[in-house]
Design a protein around this ligand. Structure first.
Ligand code: ADE
Length: 227
């Protein structure tokens, strides 16, 4: 999979993409991530990327031209499954959406800032808008990093244990059961006996029971949602 990210803060991606599973996926060649600085596509003398909003109002708006030039260049080089704009106005990200996007070959992710991007970008180029929650971030970068992490970790071959992404919370509309590791007894706080029993059938039954209990208690809405 190839991911092209358009941003005015390229450095914001160094840490989220430089560690752990996302780094491993890139090292294995399963995913390629290209960060494009929108400012590089500005044609103004001062390399501006934003301007005042027509009609007034507080806040600057990201200009159409630098973003359009960058997207046009990328589109002339390959076909994209989706051109995504990270925005609180978008469709809420969930596991089903992450699963779907993880099957794509090429995607562009545009990160906005200030009061947003010139509406004509959305009309002419954006094929999908995604929100990571009902709150407003300072920009789309953190949201884009969240989206990338959620899709990259489930691409086959990224995780060593192929089953581990499938047993994540949400993959079956259930939260994960509790997990424990050594020691089995820490200051009289004991790991449930069943997990030490070696009886795999009973252990699986226990895990399912706990997942159901936890979901019913904390996120009952998941149990009735179509994913
Ligand atoms: N940009 C600013 N806030 C956002 C959010 N909640 N989700 C996605 N992109 C955003």
């Amino acid at each position: 999979m190839r991911i092209d990210i358009l941003t005015i803060f390229p450095e914001m991606f160094e840490s989220p993409f430089g560690h752990s599973i996302v780094k491993r996926a890139q090292n294995k060649g399963i995913v390629e991530i290209f960060i494009h600085n929108i400012r590089d596509y500005s044609t103004t003398k001062n390399k501006n990327v934003d301007d005042y909003a027509f009609g007034g109002g507080a806040g600057m708006v990201m200009m159409i031209e630098p973003i359009a030039l960058c997207i046009e260049k990328l589109k002339s080089e390959r076909a994209y499954n989706e051109i995504i704009y990270m925005s609180p106005d978008g469709e809420l990200l969930n596991q089903a959406m992450a699963n779907h996007i993880s099957t794509f070959e090429n995607i562009i992710i545009l990160c906005g800032h200030y009061k947003g991007i010139d509406e004509r970008i959305r009309e002419a180029y954006i094929t999908k808008e995604i929100s990571i929650g009902d709150y407003v971030l300072s920009g789309g970068e953190l949201a884009a990093a969240v989206l990338c992490d959620s899709i990259i970790r489930i691409i086959p071959g990224v995780l060593n244990d192929e089953t581990s992404a499938l047993s994540d919370s949400f993959q079956n509309n259930l939260l994960s059961p509790p997990v424990y590791t050594r020691p089995a007894n820490y200051k009289e706080m004991k790991v449930p006996e069943i997990l030490l029993s070696g009886n795999d059938k009973e252990i699986q039954k226990w895990k399912m029971q706990k997942a159901l209990e936890r979901t019913a208690l904390r996120r009952p809405n998941l149990m009735s949602e179509e994913q």
